[in-house]
Structure formats: C-alpha cells, structure tokens
Design a binder for this molecule. Structure first.
Ligand SMILES: C[S@@+](CC[C@H](N)C(=O)[O-])C[C@H]1O[C@@H](n2cnc3c(N)ncnc32)[C@H](O)[C@@H]1O
Length: 303
C-alpha cells in the first residue's frame, strides 16, 4: 500500500469532491469506453495477476476491470480516498501520491493503467521510471489523456466564444505551470524510460452532435455534456483567478459558450489519445513464464 506522507491539495481533485466533479469523472468514463468501442483498455494483456489503476478517481475503471477479469487482483490508488467501498472481492483502493511514493506492499504489477490524470507531473521522467520499475518484465502500462486544444476541419470554429474559451483555458493552465496536452510527449519519453512495443491511438471526439452516424452522435452528446460541466467547474478559477477577467466578462463568455455547445454548425473536435507499452522481457527469458502475453493489437482491432 502507498502511504501518503502529506496531503497535497490538487486543483484537479478538489478536496471537497463535489457532486459536479464526480459527474464529470463519470461522464468521462462513459465517453472513454464509448470512444474505445466498449473496450476498457487497449493493451494486449491476458489475465494479468496484479493490476494498478493510477489516479482511480471514482474507482469505476478499477471495479469494471475487476469484474471483467475475476482472476486479477486490482488496486486503485488516488491522492484522495475513493468515496464508495469496493464492491468486487478482487478490487481494493488505497490513498497515495504516485509523485512521491510507490511503496506497494504487495509488490510489482503485470499491468498499470492511468487515465485522465489531466495534469502533467512535475517530473514526468521520474513518474514513468516508477511505472517501469513497478512492472514485472513483460508487463504493460497504458496511459490515456485528452488533447484539449480544439481542432476543426473547416473555419466554423473561428471567432466563436467556444474557441475563445478553449484558448483562454489553455493559456491559464500554462500560466499556472500546467500543460494539459502533455500526452503528446509520452511516446518518446516512454522509449527513453526503456519501454518497448509503444503503440499510440488518437481518436477525434466531436464536441457537439455535428458528426454523422449514431455512434458519433452519442459520443458528441456525451462530449457536449462533459464540456458543459468543465465550463462550469473551472472557468471562474481560471479566467478570474488566473487571467484576471471580470465576473461580467466571464459570464458573457460562458453564456455564449453554452449557446455554441448547442450549435451543430460548429464542427470542432478534441482528441483522446491512448498510449500503451511494454516493459521488455530479459533477453534470455521466455514470454510464457509471465502472466502477460501477446503482441500489440493492430490499429483496426484497437479501434
Ligand atoms: C480526472 S480524475 C480521473 C479518474 C479516473 N482515472 C478516471 O478516468 O475515471 C483524476 C484523478 O487523478 C488523481 N490524481 C492526481 N494526481 C495524483 C497523484 N499524484 N497520485 C495519485 N492520484 C492522483 C486525482 O485525485 C483524481 O481523482
């Protein structure tokens, strides 16, 4: 178990854990599963014995993984305690800060998963080195984050309140020393850390219901809901607290963003990026000795 040396309040994990925050995490969980075509994870793991969910949040991913893999023992770790008790016998939670401490009494893992931590750690290299050294040789790690800078295949986002809000958020995060789109740099950093079979997937996620087809409409509706929650949750802190806007300026912007979110003529999307990788086997060992197996799934299968 990880022991938390001192509480570290985080902008991204409000200590009060408001119901709005939980709603946001739950929508993101649903979105992620929908975008990955119902899959909880992409790494080609087979019956991993020990699994760690880093920044487990509501614990939903850990619980679902435990349900789908009854032979696995799943541990969810978070700086703040998980609100509900684990409902699966093979799933447990603990409080810990992965920037400080990786002293897990139960030893190494076969699979480490980290989704939507939404914050760049002060020392990414040291974090990835800890992930590497806490995996058994042959074990897999998987990371999933949003690339939040909105893109658009035409000019329909240009000059909108939605674009202004999105760029303002990114600017404010930068000013407080955060870089939201840090997962761009993961593939090269994972290679430096010693990982092999590094596989990345980027999924464009429409922000409203503009994209055709039932599945993309469903995803667009979830993403619109998610963006609306993020708008209410973080705008005041970022625009007034960090960028120095007035309340009136922000309220006008937020009003216009809410309208933009209902406008399916704005064709923008964010990107959900997933990277998985493997700790190499020692040169003289056979992969059958380890509980993880397989080669990376092909792009078509992963989608
Ligand atoms: C946006 S939530 C995502 C929760 C979950 N991974 C999911 O996708 O549903 C991010 C979580 O990461 C946790 N977190 C952030 N920094 C952490 C750290 N250094 N160690 C452990 N957990 C951390 C936060 O407390 C928060 O619960």
């Amino acid at each position: 178990m990880v022991h938390r040396r001192r509480p570290r309040p985080s902008f991204f994990a409000p200590s009060g854990q408001s119901s709005r925050y939980y709603k946001h995490v739950l929508i993101q969980h649903e979105l992620s599963t929908e975008v990955h075509a119902g899959r909880l994870y992409l790494a080609p793991v087979t019956n991993p014995r020990r699994v760690l969910d880093v920044g487990t949040g509501t614990g939903d991913w850990a619980l679902q993984f435990a349900r789908q893999n009854p032979a696995s023992s799943v541990l969810g770790v978070d700086v703040v305690p998980v609100k509900s008790a684990p409902t699966e016998p093979n799933c447990s939670f603990c409080v810990g800060d992965v920037e400080e401490d990786w002293q897990f009494a139960s030893g190494k893992f076969d699979y480490i998963y980290a989704r939507s931590l939404a914050r760049k750690f002060a020392d990414t290299r040291s974090y990835l080195a800890s992930v590497y050294s806490n995996l058994h040789p042959g074990g897999f790690a998987e990371f999933q984050e949003w690339i939040t800078e909105l893109r658009c295949p035409n000019s329909s986002l240009e000059g909108t309140a939605l674009q202004k809000w999105n760029l303002g958020m990114l600017q404010a995060f930068k000013r407080i020393g955060q870089e939201l789109d840090f997962i761009h740099g993961y593939p090269s950093k994972l290679a430096e850390a010693g990982f092999v079979n590094i596989t990345e997937r980027r999924y464009p996620v429409p922000v409203t219901c503009w994209a055709p087809g039932k599945r993309l409409q469903r995803i667009g509706a979830l993403m619109r809901q998610n963006t609306a929650v993020v708008l209410e949750m973080y705008s005041e802190t970022l625009f007034i607290g960090v960028l120095g806007w007035t309340k009136e300026e922000l309220h006008t912007l937020m009003h216009n963003v809410r309208n933009d979110l209902l406008n399916n003529n704005i064709h923008c999307f964010a990107i959900l990026m997933t990277v998985y990788c493997q700790r190499p086997m020692p040169l003289n060992s056979s992969s059958t000795k380890f509980p993880v197996s397989g080669t990376p799934v092909s792009a078509s299968k992963a989608r």
